[in-house]
Write a protein that binds this ligand. Structure first.
Ligand SMILES: NC(=O)c1ccc[n+]([C@@H]2O[C@H](COP(=O)([O-])OP(=O)(O)OC[C@H]3O[C@@H](n4cnc5c(N)ncnc54)[C@H](O)[C@@H]3O)[C@@H](O)[C@H]2O)c1
Ligand SMILES: O=P(O)(O)OC[C@H](O)CO
Length: 336
């Protein structure tokens, strides 16, 4: 029988655990805090991130990392991206040689500028050939409620992507495979920057034209950096690219979009971050993306203006005209 461990019990880790358990897979979800694990065991729900969605009986919750990791066919790594490395170090002693490692986190490690699968490969070199990344337009609440959703799992090793797809796919969650790990991971991470910008659009009361411009010019920015980093440009026309941009820029369920809206409405970044347990990956990804953009010498004007607003106090009302009045350009400049 297939057994899966899920490292990280936020909204997405819990949702993926629910999907797998509902499919009949023996699933163990790990929370790094004993008291939260005990509470979920007792109440059989994740009242913080997914209230009123009951856990199936074959979903176990633990704060014992060995129990979550030992004898698993697949481990889903779903921590905030800046916390992945420390968790890999914690789980490494218990990992079986045949376990597949699938990252479902969407971010870039700010200290190393590595994608999540690069962090995994560096920390766990013996599992190099067993790593994959899962991404796509996957707002957790909709997935947990069983609404039809599609995603993509990418690996350098085709059989690994296929094995992961077989384990994760179910009647409400259709998983495609890809061999473009760079594109799938960068699409998922970088769209969070654009989702924050889309939140500004909501908060500032701009309309649908502006939203469409943010999505399409955001896609141009993501694609420029992605291709320079080695991704296949076509990946950004797929689920991990435009697909995820549409979902997060359109839906008020997106935490990154919510953060942008609240900033535009006058709240301070630190106050917003302190007011929530949820991770808005776009904040750290904006910093990481601009460093990568400098490395690859590509322009990311939306990310740059967002960074000035987030970290240097630029007034969003000034940021937008500055963005609009940059040097005129051809639409496809920077691609050829
Ligand atoms: N929520 C979604 O809809 C969704 C969908 C796809 C991908 N993701 C990605 O999944 C990742 C996790 O997001 P989420 O939405 O599940 O989280 P969340 O924002 O709902 O909650 C954060 C989680 O991180 C945990 N955490 C904090 N510090 C930790 C540590 N040191 N070690 C382990 N866990 C720690 C918290 O306990 C909490 O469970 C992010 O990279 C996110 O972008 C989220
Ligand atoms: O809520 P967000 O903004 O972290 O987005 C969640 C998912 O990444 C959507 O695909």
């Amino acid at each position: 029988m297939v057994a899966v461990g899920v490292i990280g019990s936020g909204a997405w880790g819990t949702t993926l655990a629910l999907l797998l358990a509902r499919k009949g897979i023996s699933t163990t979800i790990w929370d790094h805090r004993v008291e939260r694990a005990l509470e979920m065991q007792r109440t059989r729900e994740n009242s913080v991130f997914l209230p009123n969605i009951r856990f199936p009986d074959n979903l176990s919750i633990t704060s014992d990392i060995a129990e979550a990791v030992q004898a698993k066919d697949l481990l889903l790594l779903v921590t905030p991206s800046q916390k992945l490395r420390e968790n890999l170090r914690l789980l490494a002693p218990y990992l079986a040689p045949e376990t597949l490692l699938v990252s479902a986190s969407k971010g870039i490690e700010i200290t190393s500028l590595q994608r999540m699968t690069e962090v995994i490969a560096e920390e766990l070199p013996d599992w190099r050939e067993r790593i994959a990344a899962l991404s796509g337009p996957n707002l957790s609440r909709e997935v947990a409620e069983g609404k039809p959703t599609a995603a993509v799992v990418a690996s350098d090793v085709p059989e690994v992507a296929i094995q992961a797809r077989t384990i994760i796919t179910c009647s409400t969650f259709r998983v495609y495979t890809s061999n473009d790990v760079i594109g799938v991971e960068l699409g998922g991470a970088l769209k969070n920057i654009i989702a924050i910008a889309a939140g500004f659009n909501v908060g500032l009361g701009y309309g649908e034209n502006a939203k469409a411009a943010i999505i399409t010019r955001g896609l141009a920015e993501i694609s420029r950096l992605g291709v320079a980093a080695g991704a296949n440009a076509l990946t950004f026309a797929g689920l991990a690219g435009i697909g995820d941009l549409i979902a997060t820029c359109a839906s008020p369920l997106s935490r990154n979009q919510q953060l942008g809206r609240r900033l535009a409405e006058g709240e301070k970044l630190n106050d917003i971050l302190q007011s929530t347990h949820s991770v808005a990956e776009g904040v750290s990804t904006t910093q990481a993306a601009l460093k990568l953009a400098a490395r690859y010498q590509v322009e990311m004007p939306i990310a740059r203006q967002l960074s000035l607003i987030l970290f240097e106090g630029l007034d969003p009302h000034k940021a937008v005209p500055e963005l609009m009045m940059r040097d005129p350009k051809g639409e496809l400049e920077g691609f050829a």
